[in-house]
Design a protein. Structure first.
Length: 328
């Protein structure tokens, strides 16, 4: 009788606390391997040590090509995507997804493609929507979907966007998810209808994460070319899939949801406006310094008019910057 024995978990803002409550509720002999992505970027992480203090399960950073075991929690290390395949944890420096590495979607997709209905996917608190596409792949491959109640989440948007992308099998508090998942491990797998196109796309994207590279032909096979450009490398961008979550990928492999792309575009717009303000301030400062060395009255008048124009432009740039930050 087939049972579920692969648990994948994603969290971001507020994640360590929620994750601690989740795994500390599980027994030392949990009949499943647990794989976790928390958005830590490239900075050093002591998350395994922090969690181990309150958990009966063994907790460690995943190691490349290490065979995984039940009753162990494997956490994606800094700046590496975590992939599971052929009974091993694989670490890759593949293209960032949703502007982060490690990201949840690569782990979730690899679990879905390689372990199908044995997988339980869990989304906890966090901003934006990393993990939503991966959760959809898990569902398409017959896996079980569990999402933290947004009302309980420190940052509700990751759970909310997961629920927009896929119908969850259970939504609840961290305590309810922990007990529900533990009971589920003793139950036979219930069949789910598949989604062949979602599976096909997930398989291609898993290979991109694993190999660390993509190509125009590869992306063309799973997406539709869009008028957007990749904010990471400036490459051409394709829309991936047809339904929620709205996602994009460039031909070098960078992937992002519409929400994460919008967030970066907002930051880039603000940074560009700050550059305009800085440039005008420097021009104004230079004009004032030049004025101190001008003796000719006509040149003084001309430079004074120039200073006035630059000061007006600086004020207008500030107003535009503040309005853009406030309204967008």
């Amino acid at each position: 009788m087939k049972k579920r024995d692969i648990i994948v978990v994603a969290a971001s803002t507020g994640g360590p606390s929620a994750l601690k409550r989740l795994i500390s509720a599980w027994p030392a002999d949990l009949p499943a391997a647990v794989f976790v992505v928390v958005h830590i970027g490239a900075q050093p992480s002591l998350l395994p040590q922090v969690l181990q203090n309150s958990c009966a399960l063994r907790i460690q950073h995943a190691v490349h090509e290490q065979e995984f075991q039940d009753s162990v929690v494997y956490i994606a290390p800094p700046d590496r995507h975590l992939i599971i395949q052929d009974g091993k944890t694989l670490l890759t420096s593949g293209p960032k997804e949703n502007f982060t590495r490690p990201a949840a979607d690569p782990l979730f997709r690899s679990a879905a493609i390689n372990y199908g209905d044995r997988v339980i996917g869990i989304i906890l608190t966090g901003h934006l929507d990393d993990g939503a596409a991966g959760l959809k792949a898990i569902d398409a491959c017959g896996g079980f979907i569990a999402v933290q109640d947004p009302a309980e989440s420190a940052a509700p948007s990751m759970p909310e966007n997961a629920l927009r992308a896929v119908k969850a099998d259970v939504v609840g508090s961290v305590a309810e998810l922990a007990s529900g998942v533990a009971r589920l491990l003793d139950q036979p797998v219930a069949a789910k209808p598949g989604a062949p196109n979602v599976k096909r796309i997930a398989a291609v994207e898993t290979q991109i994460a694993l190999s660390g590279k993509a190509s125009v032909d590869t992306i063309e096979s799973i997406g539709t070319r869009s008028p957007l450009t990749c904010p990471e490398c400036g490459g051409v961008v394709w829309r991936i899939g047809e339904n929620a979550p709205l996602r994009y990928r460039c031909h070098t492999g960078h992937a992002f949801s519409a929400l994460s792309l919008e967030e970066v575009q907002r930051e880039q717009t603000e940074n560009a406006l700050w550059s305009v303000v800085r440039g005008l301030q420097e021009r104004l400062s230079l004009a004032k310094q030049q004025a101190a060395n001008i003796d000719d009255p006509s040149e003084q008048a001309e430079n004074s008019a120039r200073i006035e124009r630059l000061a007006g432009a600086e004020d207008a740039a500030y107003d535009l910057l503040l309005k853009t930050v406030r309204d967008t």
